[in-house]
Write a protein that binds this ligand. Structure first.
Ligand SMILES: Cc1cc2nc3c(=O)[nH]c(=O)nc-3n(C[C@H](O)[C@H](O)[C@H](O)COP(=O)(O)OP(=O)(O)OC[C@H]3O[C@@H](n4cnc5c(N)ncnc54)[C@H](O)[C@@H]3O)c2cc1C
Ligand code: SF4
Length: 527
C-alpha cells in the first residue's frame, strides 16, 4: 500500500489551491515543498531588502541559450510565487480559449472552452477573496456570480486618471484584486492598504496568496502533511513506465522516497519540466511523459513592460494597482490584431530604481530619485507571448535549467506602448517623460523575469501534440498530473494566477471523483 493517496509537489497557485480543495476529503495528502515558510519579518516590507538585496529571490542559477548564467526571479517558499505576487486576479477572456490571430501568428485554441472553466473561476474568486466590479471591463467574459467582494477604491490620483480616460471615450475598470481589505470597516480589515504589496510579501498575511488561503487551511485537516525544504528530484515508475511508483526527494541533503496512488507535479512551469526531464528512464528515454517531445517546449512568460510616467502633479497614491484598461486587448487604434492589457503596477520608489539600475543610480542623490518617485505613475503592459516550440526548457549535463527564449509579438508590444503614450500625453504625462522600467527585475536579462512562466507541459486531446490530457493527466502515465501554469497552451495577455487556481480546482474535482471522494465548495474567507 502507498504511503499516501496523493502527493502534491509544489505549493504555489496550482499546488496550494489543489491542497486546500482536496483537504476536506479525508484522503492522505502529502505536500512537498522545496522552499521553507517565508519568514514574517520587517524586511517583508522593505524596498531595499526586497528590490536591492533580492532577499526573497531564490539562489538558483539558470542558463540562457548562449549558456550565460542568470539568477531567475523565482521564489521558493510555501505559497510559491504568490507570496510575492501583485494579486491581480484576472480571468482569461472567453476568446483566449479559442484561436486568436496575432501580429506574429496564431494563438492556439485550448482543448476546453471558457464555459467549462467558468464555474471554477467563480470558485477561485471566492477562495481567493477577489475584489472587483463586473460590467466595467468591455472584454470581461461572462460570469455566473458577482465578485465576492466590492472593488478596491481608487485613490484620488488614480480616480482622476480613471475619469480622464473615461472622458476621452475609454473604458478603464477596477482591477480584480486579491487582498483581504474591508474598506468599510478599516479597524477590522486584515489588509492595511500599504505601498509594499506588488512584488513584496505581505507581513500581515492579508494578501490572498496560496500559503494563506491554500496551504494553511489545508493543514488544518489532520490528513494533510507538509514537508518543507523537500525538493523532488526524480519520479520513479514501474518497468512499463505507466505508473509513478515513487517520488525521490532531497530533504535537507538526505534522499527520501515517498509513494502515493496519485502524484501531482506543480513546481512552476520551468521546474515541472525540469523534474519530468530529469526522470528519464528506459521506458521514457526523453524524459517522463515526453513521448511528444513537448515537455519543456512552448515556454511563455508574457511580453511585458513596466512603464513609469512622470506626472506634472504629484502622485501620492499608496496602493496603486486598482485600475486596468483592456481597450487594446483585441485590437489597436489603427490595427486589427491584439495589443494587450494595460494595468497599474505597485507604486515605484527610489529604492526600487536603485535595485533595477544599480549602476545608473549609484551616484544619483536620494532626493532626485525620491522626486521622480513622487511624480511617478506606474503602468504594467502585457502583450501575449505566443507559444513557440523552440522557446524551451532543457537540462544541462549538470542537471540545471537551460532556457532558450526569443520573444514574439514585439511589434504589438511597441504599439501598446504607443497607445499608452497617446492616451497620457493630454493628461499631463507627456511621452518625453515616460520610461520603460524593469520592475521586479534587478538585471537586464529578459529571461530572468519569469514571474509569468507557463506552457511547458501543454494540455490537449492529441497525445502527439500535447503532454497532458484535458484532465491535466500525463497522456503516458496513468497516475501523474500537472497543475501549475505548465498546462497553458496559450497565455492570453492577462495575469495567469487565477487561471492556474481555477484549473487546479477543476482538476481537483476530477481527482476527487477518481478517489471516490465528495466534491467540496470552499467559501470566501474574509469578512
Ligand atoms: C513578483 C511577482 C508578481 C506577480 N504578480 C502577479 C499578479 O499580480 N497576478 C497574477 O495572476 N500573477 C502574478 N504573478 C505570477 C503568479 O504568481 C504565478 O503565475 C503563479 O504563482 C504560478 O503558479 P504555479 O503554481 O505555476 O507556480 P508557483 O506559484 O511558482 O509554485 C511553484 C512551487 O513549487 C515549488 N517547487 C519548485 N520546484 C520544486 C521541486 N522540485 N520540489 C518541490 N517543490 C518545488 C516552488 O518552491 C513553489 O512553491 C506574479 C509573480 C511574481 C513573481
Ligand atoms: S496592501 Fe494589504 S495585502 Fe498588500 S501587502 Fe499591504 S496589507 Fe498586505
Amino acid at each position: 500500500m502507498s504511503d499516501y493517496d496523493i502527493i502534491i509537489i509544489g505549493t504555489g497557485a496550482g499546488g496550494g489551491t489543489l491542497a486546500r480543495y482536496l483537504a476536506p476529503s479525508g484522503k492522505r495528502i502529502l505536500l512537498l515543498e522545496r522552499g521553507d515558510w517565508l519568514p514574517r519579518e520587517p524586511p517583508n516590507w522593505s524596498a531595499h531588502d526586497v528590490f536591492v538585496d533580492n532577499r526573497y529571490v531564490s539562489e538558483d542559477t539558470w542558463f540562457d541559450e548562449r549558456d550565460r548564467p542568470f539568477q531567475p526571479q523565482v521564489h521558493y517558499f510555501v505559497g510559491g510565487a504568490t507570496k510575492l505576487y501583485g494579486a491581480a486576479l484576472y480571468r482569461l477572456r472567453a476568446e483566449d480559449f479559442g484561436e486568436l490571430s496575432h501580429h506574429d501568428g496564431m494563438s492556439p485554441a485550448w482543448p476546453i472552452g471558457y464555459d467549462e472553466m467558468e464555474p471554477y473561476y467563480t470558485m477561485a474568486e471566492q477562495l481567493y477573496c477577489v475584489h472587483g466590479a463586473r460590467g466595467e471591463d468591455p472584454t470581461e467574459p461572462p460570469a455566473s456570480a458577482p465578485y465576492p467582494f466590492p472593488a478596491v477604491s481608487h485613490e484620488p490620483r488614480i480616480q482622476q486618471l480613471h475619469d480622464d480616460l473615461e472622458a476621452t471615450g475609454h473604458r478603464p475598470f477596477h482591477a480584480p484584486c486579491g487582498v483581504m481589505l474591508a474598506e468599510a470597516d478599516m479597524p477590522n480589515s486584515a489588509c492595511v492598504r500599504c505601498a509594499t504589496c506588488d512584488g513584496f510579501p505581505c507581513l500581515v498575511h492579508a494578501k490572498s496568496d496560496a500559503e494563506v488561503l491554500g496551504v494553511r487551511p489545508a493543514l488544518a485537516q489532520p490528513n494533510v502533511h507538509l514537508v518543507t525544504r523537500a525538493e523532488a528530484v526524480g519520479l520513479e515508475t514501474n518497468a512499463a513506465g505507466t505508473t509513478v511508483t515513487g517520488v525521490v526527494v532531497d530533504h535537507d541533503g538526505t534522499t527520501e522516497t515517498h509513494t502515493a496512488d496519485l502524484v501531482v507535479v506543480s513546481c512552476g512551469a520551468a521546474n515541472s519540466a525540469k523534474l519530468l526531464l530529469a526522470s528519464a528512464s528506459d521506458a521514457h528515454p526523453n524524459g517522463l511523459a515526453n513521448g511528444s517531445d513537448l515537455v519543456g517546449r512552448n515556454y511563455m512568460f508574457h511580453n511585458s513592460a513596466a512603464v513609469l510616467a512622470l506626472s506634472r502633479e504629484p502622485n501620492p497614491t499608496v496602493f496603486q494597482k486598482t485600475l486596468g484598461l483592456n481597450d487594446f486587448y483585441f485590437r489597436g487604434g489603427d490595427v486589427d490584431y491584439p495589443l494587450g492589457n494595460i494595468q497599474m503596477v505597485g507604486k515605484s520608489s527610489a529604492e526600487m530604481y536603485r535595485g533595477e539600475k544599480p549602476l545608473q543610480t549609484r551616484l544619483a542623490p536620494e532626493w532626485t530619485l525620491r522626486d521622480v518617485a513622487h511624480h511617478a505613475v506606474d503602468f504594467w503592459l502585457s502583450t501575449e507571448d505566443l507559444p513557440r516550440p523552440e522557446n524551451r526548457v532543457t537540462l544541462r549535463s549538470d542537471g540545471r535549467i537551460a532556457l532558450a527564449y526569443t520573444p514574439s509579438n514585439e511589434e504589438p508590444k511597441r504599439q501598446l506602448l504607443g497607445e499608452l503614450k497617446r492616451l497620457l500625453a493630454p493628461l499631463g504625462m507627456h511621452h518625453d517623460h515616460m520610461h520603460v522600467r524593469h520592475a521586479y527585475l534587478k538585471n537586464d536579462i529578459p529571461v530572468a523575469g519569469c514571474a509569468h512562466q507557463a506552457g511547458t507541459c501543454r494540455f490537449g486531446r492529441d497525445a502527439a501534440a500535447s503532454v497532458l490530457n484535458t484532465d491535466c493527466r500525463a497522456h503516458e502515465v496513468d497516475n501523474l498530473y500537472v497543475v501549475d501554469t505548465s498546462f497553458f497552451p496559450s497565455i492570453g495577455a492577462v495575469n495567469p494566477a487565477l487561471t492556474a487556481m481555477a484549473n487546479a480546482l477543476r482538476v481537483g474535482d476530477h481527482l476527487l471523483e477518481r478517489l471516490g471522494a465528495r466534491r467540496g465548495r470552499p467559501e470566501a474567507a474574509h469578512a
